[in-house]
Design a protein around this ligand. Structure first.
Ligand code: FES
Length: 123
C-alpha cells in the first residue's frame, strides 16, 4: 500500500505509456507530462529537500514556481524547481539535503533541465 496521500486520479499507465526515471537511485514510473514535483509527492515519504538549518523535510507546495519548496538536484543541476520540469525517461533526480553543493561546471557543459518544458515560468 502506498502511504503517500497523493495519487493519480486515473489508473497510472492504463492509457499512457509510462517512462522511468530515478529518484535517489530508485527507479520510479511516471507519465509524460508529469512534473518531477508531482512524482515526488506520490513517493513515500513525499518530500523534495531538507532545510539547511534544521534538516526538516520540505514538500512541493505551490506547484507553480513561487514557493521554492520543491528544490532538488535534476541531472546534476542542484536547486532545480521540480514543479517547473516535466519528467523525461532516464532522468536522475536526487532529493536535496541542506545547501546545494556548488560545482564549477563550464556554462557550455551545463544542461538546463527546463529544456522542453511547455508553459513554464523562466526565472
Ligand atoms: S512547488 Fe513551489 S516553487 Fe515548486
Amino acid at each position: 500500500m502506498d502511504a503517500s496521500m497523493f495519487r493519480k486520479l486515473h489508473d497510472p499507465g492504463a492509457t499512457v505509456p509510462a517512462l522511468t526515471l530515478t529518484i535517489d537511485g530508485q527507479t520510479v514510473s511516471a507519465e509524460p507530462g508529469d512534473s518531477i514535483a508531482a512524482v515526488l509527492l506520490r513517493l513515500d515519504p513525499p518530500f523534495s529537500r531538507t532545510t539547511p538549518v534544521s534538516g526538516s523535510p520540505r514538500t512541493p507546495y505551490c506547484m507553480m514556481g513561487v514557493c521554492f519548496e520543491c528544490l532538488a538536484s535534476v541531472d546534476g543541476v542542484a536547486s532545480t524547481q521540480t514543479c517547473l520540469v516535466q519528467v523525461r525517461g532516464g532522468m536522475r533526480v536526487e532529493r536535496q539535503h541542506g545547501r546545494r553543493a556548488l560545482t564549477m561546471a563550464a556554462p557550455e557543459d551545463a544542461v538546463d533541465p527546463r529544456d522542453g518544458m511547455q508553459g513554464g515560468v523562466s526565472p
